[in-house]
Design a protein around this ligand. Structure first.
Ligand SMILES: Nc1ncnc2c1ncn2[C@@H]1O[C@H](COP(=O)(O)OP(=O)(O)OP(=O)(O)O)[C@@H](O)[C@H]1O
Ligand SMILES: [Mg+2]
Length: 324
């Protein structure tokens, strides 16, 4: 396969030190190829957002990166890029949208100001031209009366409207990679469907690759080309979306798919599998899912399972190894 657009290798992120150390992300590796949608799933606290933040070096200052961590984008390691170079990548190559669009918009500036500034960071054009581009971008994401909206401040807009404005900024930047961290969880179902449709278009028309983070397996089914499942800071399964849905390999993924939200519920957090996630102090030399797993054998408590290939997909489970 051609070289990936984004290649994360052995990413580790910890907090605290000594016996109290929490390894929130543990040697995560993943690749996103051009024009593809990779969905990153897993229950609350498994390390999805930290993984996304690390790509653009947006981690909180108390987070420590493991020395072997690498984030390669377009042939460069973003974790070791000079700050000025990284600013260019943030301005034009990689866009990021969060669950709460309000936190990404500046409450003291008009939408027009923020959109034109964002556009001019990526392209060297006049303010007038950028204003025209901002207007076009708002129309593209289906915002009614865009001329009026441009003059408004974030607090005058609904959540769905703000999220569309974030997507308009993304459209205007024409990034090759979009990182979307639960971009629709706070929105109602119809607005969610519209936003997912917009993201599909972005990929189709501009070839934007998307790293899509979600709890919602319904959304994964609609969006993903490939799926990567995280559990307690580790990748436990990855493969093509079809394979993961029809033949999930890891017992955790199997549990996730059994707990898929019902159509009559808007959204359900995927924490209905019995048991709880291991605490930071627990030994690393065993399977992290052992306590909750119906297949658990003594082997699973005596060593940590490797990511093992199974029909072109990968699962971190002893059941697919020769030792089983
Ligand atoms: N600043 C911090 N200090 C200490 N621990 C943190 C900090 N930020 C995150 N963590 C811990 O790291 C783990 C992973 O957090 P992260 O935000 O990546 O989870 P997530 O998978 O995005 O969860 P959610 O689905 O709830 O958004 C969590 O257990 C969290 O408590
Ligand atoms: Mg998160």
């Amino acid at each position: 396969m051609a070289e990936a657009l984004l290649q994360i290798s052995d990413l580790s992120i910890s907090f605290g030190g000594g016996a109290g150390e929490l390894r929130a992300v543990d040697r995560v590796s993943l690749a996103v190829h051009r024009s593809e949608v990779l969905c990153l799933v897993g229950e609350s606290g498994c390390g999805k957002t930290l993984t996304a933040l690390a790509i653009l070096r947006l981690l909180p200052p108390e987070a420590r990166l493991g020395a072997e961590s690498e984030v390669r984008f377009g042939g460069r390691d973003l974790l070791r890029l000079p700050e000025r170079e990284l600013d260019k990548v943030r301005a034009s190559d990689i866009a990021i949208i969060f669950q709460d669009p309000a936190s990404s918009l500046n409450p003291t500036q008009t939408i027009s100001r923020q959109l034109t500034d964002a556009i001019r960071q990526g392209q060297k054009i006049s303010r007038r031209k950028a204003q025209a581009a901002a207007l076009a971008a708002l129309s593209e994401v289906g915002i009614p009366s865009p001329e009026l909206r441009l003059k408004e401040y974030p607090h005058q807009l609904s959540g769905g409207m703000k999220q569309r404005i974030m997507i308009a900024m993304t459209l205007a930047k024409q990034p090759s990679l979009l990182i979307a961290d639960e971009p629709t969880t706070s929105l109602d179902v119809t607005v969610q469907a519209q936003i997912l449709h917009l993201l599909h278009r972005l990929r189709r028309e501009q070839g934007t690759a998307i790293l899509f983070i979600t709890h919602d397996m319904g959304v994964v089914a609609q969006m993903a080309d490939r799926v990567l499942v995280m559990y307690a800071g580790q990748v436990v399964e990855h493969g093509g979306a079809r394979g993961v849905f029809h033949r999930p390999a890891h017992p955790y993924t199997q549990g996730l798919l059994r707990s898929v939200p019902r159509p009559d519920r808007k959204y359900e957090r995927l924490n209905v599998i019995e048991g709880s996630v291991p605490l930071p102090g627990q030994p690393a030399s065993m399977c992290r899912f052992a306590e909750r797993c119906g297949f658990c054998r003594p082997l699973c408590r005596s060593a940590a399972p490797p990511l093992t290939e199974r029909d072109g997909a990968f699962a971190r489970c002893f059941r697919y190894t020769e030792e089983w």
